[in-house]
Design a protein. Structure first.
Length: 364
């Protein structure tokens, strides 16, 4: 006979969910993986399309949202579905004002979600093919973001992405066009489908970008053929400092070791994959094991205990998660190094949630 869940346990479960939601809402956040063309809300999309005389394949906002959801349950189709939606959004952008509007809208939405810092990708190639001048595009993005910063206090940094299914020579030409904006664009990246020759055919592009002082990142999408080789190539051939997605790295311990050795971070987009399939208990336990290994090597890093607390919360082990939060807070207090204010605030919020949970459970 199955175990019967008590009213107390059910109440505690609901409280834990509420605490996580409150914690996420209240904490200041950084958005590190977002495509500006993919942030256009349906109303603005229709407005820009009408302004530019572009006919959309949709007639209502509901149709747009339904199309955006297509393929999310199938990991093999998710990338194609996303790019299809992204191309529709890109297709309406024809003048600098369009880019200014969507940049401002994005910053405003960030402020509503307590996002205080964002690194935002933009793809210049399709806009240029549609007749937008590169200078008008960049000036529009900069103007919209600056207006938003003055009004909402959100800081934005720009990453110029090139499309992997277009010639590397085209990307090199645009990189040279971008020289006057070098101090406004912090990094370059690659996105769109992973076509044959990726990443090696972009080696010269990345070498030139490195000389010009750009930071380097690249998409390595999940469940793509030869994903491990692509990740390895981005590390060894392109010399990236960050990989966008890159979760298939977990399939090869040597690749993981190389990422750690070179201190390459992943912008993993966990909620994107939550749409595809529920994260298994085994996956979460693997994450805990990775955290355990990292903490064993450097036990006095508060952020590592914070990371493990998040995974333990997802596993439902709130008590151990709160123990990690307490340890992290203690480490920050004892640290002789400057304290990251965002990490400090985040841990304070988590500590408050833990105290509330213990009070409700009668253990505090």
């Amino acid at each position: 006979m199955g175990r019967v869940t008590s009213h107390t346990e059910e109440a505690q479960r609901k409280l834990d969910v509420m605490n996580i939601s409150q914690y996420l809402e209240r904490m200041p956040k950084a958005e590190l993986h977002v495509h500006i063309e993919g942030t256009i809300d349906p109303q603005r999309l229709f407005e820009i399309a009408e302004r530019n005389g572009v006919k959309l394949p949709f007639t209502t906002a509901d149709e747009i949202l339904e199309n955006q959801s297509a393929g999310k349950t199938d990991p093999k189709q998710n990338l194609a579905s996303f790019i299809e939606c992204l191309d529709v959004s890109r297709s309406v952008l024809r003048v600098g004002l369009d880019y200014e509007d969507i940049a401002y809208d994005f910053v405003k939405r960030c402020s509503q979600e307590n996002i205080v810092y964002a690194e935002v990708m933009f793809d210049p190639q399709q806009g240029i093919r549609q007749g937008v001048k590169f200078e008008a595009m960049v000036e529009g993005l900069l103007s919209g973001a600056e207006s938003g910063r003055r009004e909402f206090g959100v800081q934005v940094q720009w990453i110029m992405n090139f499309q992997r299914d277009w010639p590397a020579l085209d990307a090199m030409h645009i990189l040279n066009q971008a020289r006057p904006y070098r101090d406004k664009i912090v990094a370059i990246g690659l996105d769109n489908p992973e076509t044959p020759g990726f990443p090696s055919r972009f080696e010269q592009l990345y070498a030139e970008a490195r000389v010009q002082g750009y930071h380097l990142t690249s998409h390595c999408d999940v469940h793509i053929p030869n994903s491990i080789e692509h990740i390895r190539g981005c590390i060894e051939v392109l010399g990236v400092q960050r990989i966008d997605h890159g979760l298939n790295a977990l399939e090869d311990s040597k690749v993981v070791d190389r990422l750690i050795e070179k201190q390459i971070s992943l912008t993993a987009c966990p909620t994107r994959y939550a749409f595809q399939s529920a994260t298994s208990i085994e996956d979460l336990e693997l994450m805990v094991n990775r955290c355990d290994e990292a903490i064993e090597q450097t036990p006095n890093q508060a952020d590592l205990h914070r990371d493990r607390a998040l995974v333990l919360t997802l596993l439902g082990d709130q008590a151990k998660a709160c123990d990690d939060v307490t340890t992290a807070v203690s480490l920050l207090k004892r640290s002789s190094q400057p304290v990251d204010p965002m990490l400090q605030h985040e841990l304070q919020v988590r500590q408050s949630s833990c105290k509330q949970s213990r009070t409700m459970a009668g253990s505090d």
